[in-house]
Ligand binder design. Structure first.
Ligand code: ADP
Ligand code: MG
Length: 263
């Protein structure tokens, strides 16, 4: 990657324009009690890209997602969404509203509600559970919900309580709920942890289907899974980008083998 010159937040930068960029993270540092969780990190994600983020524990992957979603404020650096939206000026809620969705590692579906009801709540983005579930769906909303249910492989499980789903199905349901909020960028932290091999393969298909129309950044440790979906892979180490490229490039990079793959 070419060196990044000092940034002027009022001007769309030439690098930004040349990257059909969805997300620009530039020279970001985050310290916790003097420890640099992110250390001058620069990363670009293009529109429609499916990016895998890997790296040893403590590399800063979750902290990076916290910075993008406004949960953690960096000490230095810039974070832009598209060419002009300065994410560091927005609240966590505003960042979600403009279309950056995040899925945490642990599924947080409403276990006692059905798959359909969970999807309705996500669709309406309304926290008043009872009123929302009683509200009528428009034809378009029903179509979107049906499409999401098919995409996540739960079309036949729509009336089942979410609590009765397998761990993998709950993860898919949550991805479906995230999808109904129509994010432009989805951040997904370790989706396949705890899944069966069959579920992992289905998840690979799902994430590939999601990218393209939106950007997807996925953090994952399961290298077989990463290999099956990887286009561009970024390796974080000690709060920095250690390497970036195709899976073949990453796997043959001696620095990556030393700090991560060789474990
Ligand atoms: P990863 O997700 O790659 O495993 P994290 O981003 O969770 O790494 O953590 C990076 C480093 O920052 C770790 O050493 C972690 O202990 C530290 N860290 C993360 N969050 C905090 C926090 N809120 N307070 C103190 N240290 C933190
Ligand atoms: Mg993490």
């Amino acid at each position: 990657m070419p060196p990044v010159p000092a940034a002027d937040p009022t001007q769309p930068r030439s690098e930004r324009e040349s990257h059909r960029g969805a997300l620009f993270v530039e020279n970001v540092s985050v310290s916790f009690d003097g420890f640099k969780a992110l250390n001058d990190l620069t990363l670009y994600v293009d529109h429609g890209e499916l990016r895998c983020l890997i790296g040893p524990n403590g590399a800063g992957k979750t902290t990076l997602m916290d910075v993008i979603t406004g949960k953690t404020r960096p000490d230095t650096g810039q974070v832009f969404f598209g060419d002009r939206v300065d994410l560091l000026r927005l609240s966590e809620a505003q960042i979600a509203e403009i279309g950056i969705g995040r899925k945490f590692q642990k599924p947080t579906v409403f276990e006692r509600l059905s798959v359909r009801e969970n999807l309705v709540l996500a669709l309406k983005q309304d926290r008043r559970v009872r009123a929302t579930l009683r509200a009528r769906l428009t034809g378009a909303e029903r179509d979107r919900m049906d499409e999401a249910a098919v995409l996540i492989g739960l079309a036949d499980a729509r009336d089942r309580p979410a609590g009765a789903l397998s761990h993998g199905q709950k993860q898919w349901l949550e991805i479906g709920m995230l999808l109904l909020q129509e994010p432009h960028l989805m951040l997904i932290d370790e989706p396949v942890a705890g899944m069966t091999r069959g579920e992992i393969e289905r998840t690979a298909e799902l994430l590939q289907a999601l990218a393209g129309q939106r950007s997807v950044v996925v953090v994952e440790h399961d290298m077989e899974f990463v290999r099956s979906i990887a286009r561009r892979v970024t390796v974080l180490h000690q709060g920095r980008v250690l390497a970036e490229g195709s899976m073949a490039q990453i796997q043959s990079d001696p620095r990556v083998i030393e700090v991560y793959l060789g474990e």
